[in-house]
Design a protein around this ligand. Sequence first.
Ligand SMILES: [Zn+2]
Length: 461
Amino acid sequence: VGDVITLRPYQERGANDIRRAFASGKRAPLYVAPTGAGKTKLFAHISHGAAAKGNRVLILSHRVELVDQISGALTESETPHGFIAAGYPSRDEQCMVASVQTLVRRFEAAPTPDLIIVDEAHHARAGTWETILRQWPTAKTIGVTATPMRASGEGLASVFDCLVLGPTVAELTPEYLAPARVWAPPTIDTSGLHTIAGEYVTREAEAAANRPSVTGDALAHYRQHADGKSALVFCVSVKHATDVAAQFREAGYSAVMLKGGMDRQLRRDAMRDFRDSRIQIVTSCDLFTEGLDAPGCHVGIVLRPTKSLALWRQMCGRILRPSPGKDYAILLDHAGNTAQWGRPIDEPAWALTYDQQKRKRKSPPPVKICSGCWSANSANAMVCANCGEPFKSSPRSSVEERDGELVEITAAQIAKRQARREQGRAQSLADLQEFARRKGYRPGWAERVYAARLAKRAARA
Ligand SMILES: [Zn+2]
């Protein structure tokens, strides 16, 4: 039986690159491609080929919700498959789809695989993974993910031995992903937040984000840029998501809060109403709630500050799915994530291991955010692509190198230094008076500075 799936050119390339990795002696390649690139289709294709050659294939899913999606792709590629997952028929086939939770409790149910495929491989927990490896030490492994990084910021080198980089968001836009317009008004103050295990302390992030004034600002920007369009709002907690939905309702929008663990039928009904535009706003703190991938969703409103690049990329991925009538996605980031990690189109430097020390140091901002309209521009933009305002040569906040380390310098520091340089250039009293007038300094300032200079010169002479 031949595979009936037609792969896109970059998927074909991905399959070849993975094959080449094995041929060169690697045991566990990790394939990286953005949400929406069709990774499930790609590994269904690979599973089909491997099973057809008589190999036993085991596909691992970390979320029960995705078992259906994987099964659908396997059916499409005409690959007979069985399940090791609670609530699914256990039929022995050459290709098996397993939920990790069920598998670790029922290893004996799984025949020894030749190839293990790990969907959403960034969830591969070290402990669970070691158990699986101990069980089948000779199996080859393929991981797939949009974000090869744990929530803590660590890489996945303990599980995989090479990266296979698929297409970037930029390469998939606009043919397979919607382009995004990004606005990043600095609404939520994250300056006082503490970090635990690589992420903001939830209680503190909630206190900073769950304020009527913050939600009010989010409402105003939604009205300005995307009024009435279907929007997902990313929140810090269930309480936060509940309060935000209430405030949007008060403002006249139909808004609901969704969370994992809610009644399935209720969630499905809500997502159907969301798709049909009867519901405009869905708020959630649970990125992986079933249905949050709604392709028709135009807008992402981010009220959740995060220290996790992976989480940020996952949020962005939710709103880039193309759909009819959606020329572009709108990202309204009120939480400072864009300033820290860049826009969806700014590709992170993925790796198997990350230098945690280096990450702690400030790196140059990946974007320029216009202080006139809050549009996020590329780092080398000279003028704002949205409103045409030129970026000043001295940015509002910048980074400089000191002792080989990058240190952030604030706008106030920059202004102070610039003033000192200008002051130094003002030689005569008239120059100083002109300088003081321009800066709005108090009367008498120029005369005092001039007198002090004269005194200093006299002392040196
Ligand atoms: Zn602008």
